[in-house]
Design a protein around this ligand. Sequence first.
Ligand code: HEC
Length: 109
Amino acid sequence: MYEVSEMSAIMQHMFQLNEQLKERIESGEELGSFSESFERMLIAKMTNDKPMDDFFKTHAETFLANQRSIYENPAQAKELYNEAINSCITCHEVKCTGPITKIEKLFIK
Ligand code: HEC
């Protein structure tokens, strides 16, 4: 039976929350707050028990710091948001190229 890994579930959740965040930034709404559940990506199990190497950990930390900074500096939300999406892609270019086209749609033009 096919089961979605915890990591995949977190990724899908991050995708959805960033879609919502994009809309909020574009329409100038309140941003809400950083979702602490994203921190689970530092320990979540991956598909087929893929190991979590140093590249993944380093880039996950960078991504989480970038994502958090959006909420701490709402005046620069657009730039910081695009930087966070960039750090999704930096990891994906090495770890999981499949969803890149989908992630690129999150950028705010
Ligand atoms: C540190 C590396 C890293 C970062 C940062 C990262 N990802 Fe991922 N992503 C992965 C890996 C590895 C997988 C595959 C997980 C698995 O196989 O269990 C994945 C899977 C996915 C998937 C496919 C999930 C599925 O199976 O349906 C999507 C969509 C995704 N990521 C979106 C994002 C988005 C959006 C961001 C930023 C908000 C992001 N990722 C940040 C490494 C990363």
